[in-house]
Ligand binder design. Structure first.
Ligand code: AVJ
Length: 322
């Protein structure tokens, strides 16, 4: 029998890369797109004309900030405003500014997997909104829900913007929303963005821009493996590929190997073989409609109490309560 040495894996990232690249079909998790380079590339994506999501949500928040913040504030007492996957907080600042202008007592608790994104967010918010108290938390959504649960003194408003939930398949989304529901008290609420089903071409264009920014973003996961795990992925030997299924509303990103090749990942003591045109699935970006959001809420023990949309119904924000 052949002896196999099992390498010591130092991080969740290493474990998931090992598992995903040993699997068939191969996959990697999009949560690892976001290091300093990935954060910057995602900011560039949000600024692209094709990536309509950011503008839609920005406009919804701008147009409805009065009503949205009054709902946040409706129970009267002070609250903690948690934000899962806060990123650069550009859209959130509309709400922060409005809350602070109206002298509503709250503190802002941004949560992000990227320490770099949090640093930048805290620095910019301290400068632009000096009156807002900020208490950042670094971690994944799932891990940090525990922190949120422990925050028992204050009422909670939880933001989950940008259609970030779209990175989860429906069963994972239900699992996640159940966990969110479990940390809610009766007066707490959740404010979430869901990108809507629309012309499939428009969705494909948003995830396959001509300038190649999304391609670079997708490939950044290979760059990270190269630098953090001493690997030798040649980025030019992979293409970025996007598909959208209008029936399920699921957009999927892949990296496809243009040729047969072997890649060595030294830290994992791993040689990965790729057949010609073999794929690595890297991301899902789920699109929704009212029925699906209603179904997700029911499955997770949540109720939709309000919703906000842009003029074209490209994007919607919903308020949930327990
Ligand atoms: C940050 C997960 C909402 O899926 O639309 C953008 C990430 N990926 N372009 C999305 C992303 C490719 C984005 N989310």
């Amino acid at each position: 029998m052949q002896e196999k040495t099992i390498p010591v894996l130092n991080s969740a990232f290493e474990e998931e890369v090992y598992e995903g690249l040993m699997a068939f079909p191969k996959y990697l998790s999009s949560k690892y797109f976001y290091d300093e380079i990935g954060d910057k590339l995602f900011q560039d994506i949000m600024a692209m004309p094709e990536y309509y999501l950011t503008n839609c949500e920005f406009n919804i928040l701008k147009k409805h900030k009065e009503l949205i913040t009054s709902i946040f504030h409706s129970e009267g007492d002070s609250f903690s405003l948690f934000e899962l996957g806060a990123g650069d907080g550009k859209k959130t600042k509309i709400l922060l500014e409005h809350l602070s202008k109206k002298n509503i007592a709250f503190d802002y608790r941004p949560i992000d997997i990227s320490q770099n994104a949090l640093h930048q967010l805290v620095a910019s918010a301290n400068k632009e909104l000096p009156n807002v108290e900020i208490n950042p938390i670094q971690g994944t959504y799932f891990d940090t829900l525990k922190n949120i649960a422990e925050e028992e003194e204050k009422r909670k408003v939880i933001l989950f913007l940008g259609s970030n939930i779209g990175n989860l398949l429906h069963p994972q989304a239900v699992d996640f929303l159940k966990k969110v529901c479990a940390v809610l008290n009766d007066e707490d609420l959740v404010f979430m963005g869901f990108d809507q089903k629309k012309n499939p071409q428009q969705i494909l264009d948003a995830y396959n821009d001509k300038a190649g920014i999304t391609e670079a973003f997708n490939k950044n996961i290979l760059t990270r493996i190269n630098t953090e795990m001493d690997a030798n992925f040649n980025l030019d030997k992979f293409i970025h590929w996007e598909v959208y299924d209008p029936e399920t509303g699921t957009a999927k990103s892949y990296l496809v190997s243009k040729e047969e090749q072997d890649v060595t990942i030294k830290s994992l003591d791993l040689k990965v073989h790729f057949d010609t045109w073999e794929s690595i699935h890297t991301e899902i970006s789920q699109k929704y409609d009212d029925k699906v959001v209603q179904w997700l809420a029911e499955q997770s023990g949540l109720k939709i109490t309000a919703q906000f949309s842009d003029d074209q119904n490209f994007y919607k924000n919903y308020i949930f309560k327990k």
